[in-house]
Write a protein that binds this ligand. Structure first.
Ligand code: MG
Length: 203
């Protein structure tokens, strides 16, 4: 399986990192070795002093597809979840400056937290899902899928031009504002519509 991630999909997050608003979705990949194993803590890697949490709505693909039309995209997923795209912001800044690929800063071991998946039938509208991340009990990121620059169905259409989507592939749909550095012993908890979706300890 592969993990396809979208960057810069929420205006306020683009502003907080002083990035340019993209004309098209920003896309990068994480390998399956990036998945943080269930019940495992997130261990801050030695190569970074500035790992940021990015909480994101994630989608699991359930059907093979290529050049998917946005209007048919709902046929390609039936589960929605929540995850964290851990980012080595210091390393990413260096790579961006040199216009090099981001993988070392984004796709390292443990950088993809995948929470519990919920049936999309549990939501009255995919385009109005509230989610949030708490760090040590305090809300640090809060988002709603209505604020995405590109909606889930548009993202599926876009990325499937380049990559054949396969069963089990996961799409990270971008983070809202509030990204920040994690510290050892932090407890990160993700919520979708006030229901706890995952709990991660940082080490
Ligand atoms: Mg992200």
């Amino acid at each position: 399986m592969k993990i396809i991630c979208i960057g810069r999909n929420y205006t306020k997050h683009i502003e907080e990192l002083q990035n340019e608003r993209p004309d098209e979705p920003v896309v990068f990949l994480k390998p399956d070795s990036a998945i943080l194993l269930k019940q495992h803590p997130f261990v801050i890697p030695e190569f970074s002093d500035d790992i940021h949490h990015e909480v994101e709505i994630i989608v699991r693909i359930n059907k093979v597809g290529k050049y998917i039309d946005a209007k048919f995209a709902p046929n390609y997923y039936d589960e929605i979840g929540l995850g964290i795209d851990f980012t080595a912001r210091d390393l990413q800044a260096k790579l961006k400056e040199k216009e090099l690929p981001w993988e070392k800063a984004k796709a390292f071991d443990g950088s993809a937290v995948i929470g519990n998946f919920l049936s999309k039938k549990d939501f009255s509208s995919i385009e109005n899902i509230n989610f949030e991340l708490k760090s040590n009990g305090i809300t640090v990121q809060k988002g709603n899928t209505s604020h995405m620059l590109w909606k889930i169905d548009e993202l599926i259409a876009y990325v499937s031009q380049f990559f054949t989507l396969k069963i089990g592939d996961i799409i990270f749909t971008g983070t809202p504002e509030g990204v920040a550095r994690v510290k050892p012993n932090d407890i990160l908890e993700g919520f979708i519509e006030d229901k706890k979706n995952f709990r991660i300890q940082v080490k």
